[in-house]
Design a protein around this ligand. Structure first.
Ligand code: PEP
Length: 253
């Protein structure tokens, strides 16, 4: 049985004061016996503050990205071991905004995935196609390529406690959500790709959907058999909305 997970990707948003208030509202909004893992992913500079604000709560802390390097002359980088040091358990790698706005290649994303595992943390690997790629019937090919770059770089056991997020680029921050059926098709394909290497690991792998998830569409998405929760951007900045999305995931537990 895969426990649902809802992770909030705050992107380049927040301030010390706003984060304290947002985290307090999320904490008070979630009932104690929550049947769903909940995570927040603030910007790097707020991670330590967020860890302190989450003290005593089971809300998980994730980072939005990492360096592929562990130490050395890489000005501006933040290493995965540093993220562990400030209390992160998870790190997003390969978000489409990193791939498309910052030019990150499949190879670099695979190196970041390995760096996160080496630091003893769990990667959340994002994959997903652009609108042009979907319209050109290339969705499966793109997702298989992005996933394959990681699977070819590591032992399949390294994927066991990792998380995959299917995030169609055309749905991120646009208000255009994939239908539950569209998302389910790709999630099933992702699980099949991992199953070709190890069926047990594939069966236990959590695959999140991301792309304009809101409380109004979350239940339909999370009801699909291969959708194990969501990676939520914009809606994670509104505590009440985020808690409602977590509620939709918990009801499918
Ligand atoms: C994201 O940032 O990963 C995301 C899915 O954003 P949004 O929910 O705003 O589409």
């Amino acid at each position: 049985m895969r426990r649902p997970l809802v992770a909030g990707n705050w992107k380049l948003n927040g301030s010390r004061a706003a984060n304290v208030s947002l985290l307090r509202s999320i904490r008070t909004g979630l009932p104690a016996d929550w049947h769903c893992d909940v995570m927040v992913c603030p910007p790097f500079v707020y991670l330590a503050d967020a860890r302190a604000a989450l003290d005593g709560s089971s809300i998980l802390l994730g980072a939005q990205d990492t360096s592929a390097e562990d130490a050395g002359a890489y000005t501006g980088d933040v290493a995965a071991r540093m993220l562990r040091d400030v209390g992160c358990t998870h790190v997003i790698v390969g978000h489409s905004e990193r791939r498309h706005l910052r030019g990150e290649s499949d190879t670099l994303v695979a190196r970041k995935f390995r760096a996160v595992r080496s630091a003893g943390l769990q990667p959340i690997l994002c994959v997903g196609e652009t609108l042009e790629e979907r319209q050109g019937s290339a969705t499966e090919h793109v997702v298989a390529r992005q996933l394959g770059a990681v699977l070819d770089d590591i032992a399949v056991e390294e994927v066991a406690s990792s998380i995959i997020a299917y995030e169609p680029v055309w749905a991120i921050g646009t208000g255009h959500t994939a239908t539950p059926e569209q998302a389910q098709d790709v999630h099933a394909r992702i699980r099949a790709i991992v199953a070709a290497r190890d069926a047990r690991i594939a069966a236990e792998l959590r695959i999140l959907y991301g792309g304009s998830v809101k409380s109004s569409n979350a239940a339909g998405l999370f009801a699909m058999p291969d959708i194990d929760g969501g990676l939520v951007g914009g809606a994670s900045l509104d505590a009440a909305e985020f808690v409602r999305i977590c509620g939709a995931a918990a009801r499918n537990a």
